[in-house]
Design a protein. Structure first.
Length: 276
């Protein structure tokens, strides 16, 4: 799979690359960034999944993760959150369409033609990243924020063979039980709520689908979306019942922004590095 490098920058002794490639899953060009620490051979890596309205650039420029990644010898791959471009369906609302792919494979028109973000991440992104950079596929983890936290959790639960570790910042823990998820799932997956359940982290854990032994989640107590959209208590109850070791850190006074993430991202990188 051919990967075009659009930009490269030296950072924390490593190299940050902005990339573009053709995705068979989405039928569009897709973009991602890769931070590669200085190393003599293949390195373990994390996939970062961003939240609503984001591109590959938000985490890359705002999270401040690369010093910790360089120390740990871990690479980070950060894809866009949806297909984009001429002929790609969209919606004027921020929480549907371009920038809001929800890491599912859409089956409903007009979204099904391009919005195949689950297949993109677990197939095309991994193949492109590992084909173009010295990334060690047997030592791969995933983390994300908000919609991307939902993606990190559900993709790990649905594809446990792909990810050795998973963590999240302020994830949408049960999208079938919040407005963001209900709107997106209705549009992308249709009215069958049984299909929705296959992409709900709390319900997947509840159903015994967890193959990971531990999960790290950070959640700010001053997050405006905490009660109505994120609902970490539902994930906590499910993990307790299923015997999954969830470390849920409620961070006093922190909100939903990248100021929150940059405060704790080094913890997450180090946590993953110990498990990869």
């Amino acid at each position: 799979m051919s990967v075009e490098i659009l930009q490269q920058h030296r950072v924390h002794g490593g190299t940050l690359s902005y990339c573009r490639h053709a995705s068979a899953a989405t039928g569009t060009p897709m973009r991602f960034s890769v931070f590669l620490p200085q190393a003599d051979g293949p390195v373990p890596y994390l996939i970062w999944l961003s939240g609503l309205t984001c591109t590959e650039d938000n985490f890359t420029t705002k999270a401040g993760a690369y010093a910790a990644a360089a120390r740990a010898g871990v690479a980070i791959v950060a894809p866009d959150t949806s297909p984009r471009g001429e002929g790609v369906a969209d919606d004027p609302a921020y929480d549907l369409g371009q920038g809001a792919g929800f890491y599912v494979d859409a089956v409903q028109a007009p979204w099904a033609a391009h919005f195949q973000m689950e297949s993109y991440v677990v197939r095309d992104l991994i193949a492109a990243g590992e084909g173009a950079f010295p990334l060690e596929g047997a030592r791969r983890g995933v983390f994300g924020h908000s919609m991307g936290g939902h993606g990190a959790l559900t993709l790990t639960l649905r594809h446990p063979e792909l990810f050795k570790s998973v963590s999240a910042f302020a994830p949408i823990c049960s999208p079938t039980r919040c407005a963001w998820g209900q709107k997106a799932f209705t549009a992308y997956l249709g009215p069958d709520e049984a299909a929705w359940r296959e992409h709900d982290a709390a319900l997947l854990v509840e159903a015994g689908r967890a193959r990971v032994s531990e999960i790290l989640v950070d959640q700010g107590t001053a997050d405006n979306f905490l009660a109505d959209q994120l609902k970490p208590e539902l994930l906590k109850v499910a993990c307790e019942a299923a015997g999954v070791a969830l470390t849920l850190r409620m961070q006093e006074g922190y909100d939903h922004s990248y100021f929150f993430m940059t405060s704790f991202v080094a913890d997450h990188v180090a946590w993953h590095a110990e498990r990869l």
